[in-house]
Design a protein around this ligand. Sequence first.
Ligand code: FES
Length: 119
Amino acid sequence: MIPYEEVILEHWRNPRNKGRLPAPDVDVVEANPLCGDVIRLQLEVRDGRVKDVRFDGRGCAISQAAASLLTEMIKGKTIPDLKGFSDQELLTALGGVVKTRLSCALLPLRALKKALSSL
Ligand code: FES
């Protein structure tokens, strides 16, 4: 497994799916109450799947890199699959995250859960 520092740095330097969708079906903003950093997540949903996704926001490298990674992981997935998406799946894909930074790493996943609850 790639160490989490490398995953974070790679996504931080080359964020995937960053920006805005022209006509999202869902558009949510989630903030980390500990620091005020925010992630905006937009989904385009077709036939029960995530057809396209974008994120934007401001925050630490971990939260922004985790958002980039999450967008790659959810594109093309069905909504029921995503409702079962766990914290551990994202943390594993990140290569593990030190416990003190869990709220940073999981901020984009909280945004995703908020987005799914509005569908
Ligand atoms: Fe704010 Fe990481 S320090 S999300």
